[in-house]
Write a protein that binds this ligand. Structure first.
Ligand code: NAP
Length: 255
């Protein structure tokens, strides 16, 4: 993580919760927001060692971070997470709904539990965390909510009926909640990554085939998603943007 830069302290003192920040894209977002001065809450489900080492990395670079375990598909754990954040920080300025899983298989082989697990985390988890954060943001009359969607929710992807449905749901949810919260100074946007190099994509077998669909001819890096999230969190740069979906996908989807 780069040291805090005088000119880059746009998020100083702001409290940012990033779900699923122990690894991959969430980790990069936590580092990016912390490097801009935010107090970051590193949520994770199972990877406590990775979450702790991220907190150590951020604090060693003079940033602020705390790791909090919660399965964000479970309402009781979401409530406990947000209560713990309010107890500690008294406010929530930025929520990044990033936690996500895949359970890929073709439709006829897809078990109801494969469907439900993906919907529970990738869609219901976004609802639960957004509802919890918005209660606080409504009182503050300010806040930024950024949902990590996917190109799969826009263009579909064989083997991902569950995941595509959840991510398309996140896009519809983003637009509706943006309309509901706009009058209170809260913006809600989505970022739709293409193929990003993380554990989630590490077992892709048809790499050459995938690259044919990416005009820029390469996979993306987690930091390239984090940069867009940081822009959407920043004031005044993104203050007039809400209900939008930003593709960071090497040109896969061109609207
Ligand atoms: P990843 O490397 O597999 O990391 C997933 C993260 O989610 C981990 O930190 C994991 O924490 C956390 N998580 C899993 N289950 C959780 C739960 N029940 N509650 C809280 N956290 C949980 O995935 P990624 O590639 O970074 O993906 C991050 C987001 O980007 C996801 O929403 C994904 O759908 C989206 N996305 C990714 C790509 C891509 O190509 N990688 C493309 C489009 C969209 P633990 O380690 O503690 O389990």
């Amino acid at each position: 993580m780069e040291l805090l830069n005088e000119n880059l302290q746009k998020l100083r003192g702001q409290v940012a919760i990033i779900t699923g920040a122990s690894r991959g894209i969430g980790r990069a977002i936590a580092l990016e927001l912390a490097s801009y001065g935010a107090n970051v809450v590193v949520n994770y489900a199972r990877s406590s060692a990775e979450a702790d080492s991220l907190v150590t990395e951020i604090t060693a670079a003079s940033g602020q971070a705390v790791a909090l375990q919660a399965d964000v598909s479970k309402i009781e754990q979401v409530e406990a997470l947000f209560n713990a954040v309010i107890d500690k920080f008294k406010r929530i300025d930025i929520l990044v709904n990033n936690a996500g899983i895949t359970r890929d298989t073709l439709l006829l082989r897809m078990k109801p539990e494969d469907w439900q697990a993906v919907i529970d985390l990738n869609l219901t988890g976004v609802f639960l965390c957004t509802r919890a954060a918005s209660k606080v943001m409504l009182k503050q009359r300010s806040g930024r909510i950024i949902n990590i969607a996917s190109v799969a929710g826009q263009m579909g992807n064989p083997g991902q009926a569950n995941y595509s449905a959840a991510k398309a749901g996140v896009i519809g949810f983003t637009k509706t909640v943006a309309k509901e919260l706009a009058s209170r100074g809260i913006t809600v946007n989505a970022v739709a990554p293409g193929f990003i190099v993380t554990d989630m994509t590490s077992n892709l077998s048809n790499t050459e085939e995938v690259l044919k669909y990416i005009p820029l001819g390469r996979y993306g890096q987690p930091e390239e998603i984090a940069g867009m999230v940081r822009f959407l969190a920043a004031d005044p740069a993104a203050a007039y943007i809400t209900g939008q979906v930003f593709n960071v996908d090497g040109g896969m989807v061109m609207a």
